[in-house]
Design a protein around this ligand. Structure first.
Ligand code: BGC
Length: 342
């Protein structure tokens, strides 16, 4: 049984509209999602003892989400991740997007899908958000109709993304939740054990754009095919965290992506997806300056993201999985976040 509750979350400044909050509950999970950016603002998961904690970073009030902040819980698009120098050529025409993370375009631009109000519709087991991204929005070609659907099924949160374009355009949609399975506000995720089902990953240049190489993980810090304890692993390989695309199965069937186990609480998160990649990001740019829920501050490495998506900069790298959506086609991807205890 899933229940869905609808409430006002806050008012946007200067008559920008009302942001609503949808609370989805199953026996095992409680998730709060707002219509601003389709953002997950809270996700309560039980531990081994049956005590629920909120395992996602975020803010108690709408103001928190309107300030400059690193995409906590939001859906990002039209194209998640980086496009080199914010430029690409499509059907012979060159496009220049705003550069919002020098020297590249990141997560859809200055006002991406995380910074707009979506139209909600309550479902029996969840909520669906939709919007039309106008032709030329943030420099992207064509109008794009988008539907993001969150549903609960026991211990599973399912996120489906659908889109239709009036003109060929790159599309890459994901959710940017930062998890801490010890409970949000815990100082780091070093005691989390991580497994990612990837034989290869994408090395990046100093601006975090993939070099084009599809490198085997074997013998590198990126070999997460067997569980590693994150803190120890970072130390062992002398790395400052992950912010990389791991290459998953290219099939559009549901496949296993990652598993994270927090031994202390027993909480386990397993991620399955139809996407060919996952950006594993360990909150390297968090710096403790944001004031989060319950007085939490979020220092570096206090949360991790598993952003299931297409490979970064795919629009400029023809050997990466296709990222263009053409009229008459449908973009349709699903990610499953499955919680349990072990
Ligand atoms: C990117 C990081 C970026 C963060 C948001 C992640 O998806 O990979 O490089 O800093 O989003 O700020």
């Amino acid at each position: 049984m899933v229940s869905v509750n609808r409430n006002v979350f806050g008012e946007l400044p200067s008559g920008g509209g009302t942001v609503e909050k949808f609370q989805l509950r199953s026996d095992q999970l409680r998730v709060d999602i707002i219509s601003w950016g389709c953002t997950i603002t809270a996700l309560e998961v039980k531990d081994r003892q049956g005590t629920a904690s909120d395992v996602v970073l975020g803010f108690a009030e709408l103001e928190g989400y309107l300030q400059k902040q690193p995409y906590f819980g939001a859906v990002v698009g039209r194209v998640a991740n980086r496009i080199a120098k914010g430029t690409f050529t499509l059907d012979g025409k060159k496009y220049q997007l705003p550069i919002n993370r020098e020297p590249n375009s990141l997560h859809g631009g200055l006002r991406g899908f995380d910074k707009v109000l979506w139209m909600p519709q309550v479902l029996s087991n969840g909520v669906q958000f939709s919007r039309v991204s106008p032709d030329g929005e943030e420099g992207y070609p064509g109008e794009l109709k988008v539907w993001v659907t969150y549903t609960l099924d026991g211990g599973e949160l399912v996120v489906n993304y659908r889109a239709q374009a009036s003109q060929a355009t790159p599309v890459n949609l994901t959710n940017h939740s930062y998890f801490n399975l010890a409970g949000q506000g815990s100082p780091n995720v070093y005691d989390h054990e991580v497994t990612i089902e990837a034989d290869t990953f994408l090395p990046v240049d100093e601006t975090l754009i993939p070099t084009g190489d599809i490198a085997p993980v074997q013998g590198t810090a990126f070999d997460l095919r067997k569980a590693v304890e994150l803190g120890r692993h970072l130390q062992e390989f002398h790395i400052d965290g992950f912010d990389h695309n791991f290459c998953l199965k290219r099939s559009k069937e549901k496949h296993f992506c990652a598993r994270v186990h927090h031994h202390g609480s027993g909480r386990v998160l397993e991620v399955y997806t139809t996407q060919p990649g996952v950006q594993f990001y360990t909150g390297n740019f968090l710096d403790g300056t944001l004031k989060g829920k319950g007085g939490a501050v979020y220092p570096k490495h206090s949360g991790f993201c598993l952003e299931t998506q297409n490979w970064p900069d795919a629009v400029n790298q023809p050997h990466f999985p296709p990222v263009l959506l053409r009229p008459g086609e449908e973009y349709d991807h699903t990610t499953w976040f499955k919680f349990s205890v072990a």
